[in-house]
Design a protein around this ligand. Structure first.
Ligand SMILES: Nc1ncnc2c1ncn2[C@@H]1O[C@H](COP(=O)(O)OP(=O)(O)OP(=O)(O)O)[C@@H](O)[C@H]1O
Ligand SMILES: [Mg+2]
Length: 320
């Protein structure tokens, strides 16, 4: 490694993995020349379709498999070294936990592997079970009886048992319902607030959009895009003005003002994400009447500079 790397959570140079077949011949180039730096304190998203190399990258960073070429360092040490793995938490794509232990016993077991004292275990185990939302009943049930969502939660608690600085999450929201998904995202943000670094891989784009600072998109083992989510999603030539409770005549006045500036305008009411909508509808205290629209006259004016004026399309809640 050529630079001082201690302020990087992850740094890879030309990281490449070619899986061989039984005869030692090249079979799949799963990761090809990955040059990536993840800063400490970042939530970083590794995106890509099935088979694009996401899990391979995570396994290389953990030292579970070895690179064919290139190198990776994690928290300033070569990937896979013991002093690193003590500071790393990992939620695999599928958790292989002991089916005959209950939730609490599982965490105690992993805590002992990390040599936590009995006192620390007594404090940390219930605390983590609370954090991942497993209630008193669930804690005492054997893992073989767990639903997918419960298994994901105990997997995450296990990944956090050693209070890691870097947490690698492979498809963290798989199997979670929208409420569990939201809780998982809130948890990721709270880990960030504690100064931890999170690397998560997923093909669920909405999840990534909500929590990640930066992302990369892999395809066919190669990095195709890298940047801040905000920058990547921003439509640069469109300016959006949001105002609450405007009357129709005020909106018309605003539109005419923008038209005089030569901007093409479009007046719409803001839409919410499907997830937000779902949360609102399913939420404990959702009122049936409230689910049919916000009804508070919110309007969004979108202006595209330098375009010919065209008729304004006004979207009302009735159009939705
Ligand atoms: N042990 C292995 N032996 C041979 N090929 C493998 C092995 N593990 C993964 N591959 C291949 O490497 C490529 C990348 O796999 P990887 O598991 O990293 O993808 P992924 O992005 O995590 O996909 P998914 O979204 O399905 O989890 C795929 O073509 C896969 O078939
Ligand atoms: Mg995978």
């Amino acid at each position: 490694m050529s630079e001082a790397l201690s302020d990087h959570a992850v740094h890879t140079e030309h990281l490449t993995k070619v899986y061989k077949d039984f005869w030692g011949r090249d079979k799949v180039r799963a990761l090809d020349d990955l040059n990536l730096t993840i800063h400490r304190g970042e939530v970083f998203g590794l995106l890509g379709p099935n088979g694009s190399g996401k899990s391979t990258t995570i396994k290389l960073l953990l030292g579970l498999i070895f690179p064919t070429a290139g190198s990776a360092s994690v928290l300033g040490h070569p990937a896979g070294s013991t002093q690193v793995n003590e500071k790393v938490g990992f939620l695999p794509e599928e958790s292989y936990l002991y089916r005959f232990l209950n939730g609490e016993e599982t965490l105690r077991f992993y805590g002992r592997l990390f040599k936590l004292s009995r006192r620390d275990l007594n404090r940390r185990v219930p605390e983590l079970l609370d954090v991942v939302g497993l209630d008193a009943k669930a804690r005492k049930r054997k893992l073989r009886e767990y639903s997918k969502g419960m298994a994901r939660r105990i997997g995450l608690a296990q990944a956090l048992i050693n209070n890691p600085d870097l947490i690698l999450l492979d498809e963290p929201t798989t199997g979670l319902d929208p409420i569990g998904t939201r809780e998982m995202k809130d948890l990721i943000l709270s880990l960030k607030a504690q100064g931890k670094t999170v690397l998560l891989c997923s093909h669920l784009l909405a999840d990534v959009q909500d929590v990640c600072d930066r992302i990369t998109i892999l395809f066919g083992g190669r990095m195709r895009e890298l940047g801040h989510v905000r920058d990547l999603l921003q439509v640069k030539d469109i300016t959006q003005v949001q105002a609450r409770s405007l009357t129709d005549s005020q909106i018309e006045e605003l539109r005419q003002f923008l038209a005089r500036m030569g901007a093409q305008t479009e007046v719409t009411h803001p839409t919410t994400t499907l997830e937000d909508l779902f949360m609102r509808v399913v939420g404990e205290n959702a009122r049936i009447a409230g689910a049919s629209g916000d009804g508070n006259g919110n309007a969004t004016i979108t202006a595209r500079a330098g375009m010919a004026t065209t008729p304004v399309k006004e979207t009302t809640s009735a159009d939705r």
